[in-house]
Design a protein around this ligand. Sequence first.
Ligand SMILES: CC(C)(COP(=O)(O)OP(=O)(O)OC[C@H]1O[C@@H](n2cnc3c(N)ncnc32)[C@H](O)[C@@H]1OP(=O)(O)O)[C@@H](O)C(=O)NCCC(=O)NCCS
Length: 181
Amino acid sequence: MAIKTKALFPPVRSFLYIEEMKVHDNHPAKDPQVLSLHRLCFPTDSEARLVEQLHLDGDASLSLAATVSETLIGHVLFSQMKAPFRALALAPVAVTPEYRCRGIAAKLIETGIHKATKEGWQGVFVLGDPNYYGRFGFKRELARGFKCRFQSDYLMALALGSDTLPVSDGNIEYASAFSLF
Ligand SMILES: CC(C)(COP(=O)(O)OP(=O)(O)OC[C@H]1O[C@@H](n2cnc3c(N)ncnc32)[C@H](O)[C@@H]1OP(=O)(O)O)[C@@H](O)C(=O)NCCC(=O)NCCS
């Protein structure tokens, strides 16, 4: 299903907006274009292999692609985790260099969060820059009580459909494809 959207960019940065950017949900994560996009955006092919493996393992729960005129310009994946509640991991997200800083990743992430909430997921974990992911409501405090091999100051959580997660501590585990890292 393709969701048509006009991405309006922050006026301070740019008055530009991309006409007819579409966000396609349930886009196949194994799509060769998606894998090429991750190879282009990251220094190694680890993220492309991660995306492919998550798909092969059936752990790619939400896969969203952004296109302009049928050309893929961004992709985000949410994968299911082992957790004391229905939780997803957000990773990876990538936007092709010429379309960066125009809100494309933000649109993909917001669309994913909205869809995950509608589907009854209760929380999302992400590993990343708190300055960026804080914009979407991810909080370090919400993740602090959870034991995980990626536990660090960069692990954050977002509660969906509520201010808090169903529980505040326990074990969480990223999908097995993350053992690549
Ligand atoms: C990170 C990425 C997806 C952002 O895409 P985007 O469409 O440009 O993002 P948005 O337009 O929504 O947001 C842009 C903001 O993100 C910031 N940003 C870019 N890369 C970032 C990073 N790795 N960590 C933290 N913030 C980052 C930009 O500085 C900008 O900040 P500003 O709004 O204060 O100016 C894109 O830069 C990318 O593909 N990078 C390579 C892959 C990567 O590092 N992915 C993230 C880890 S999974």
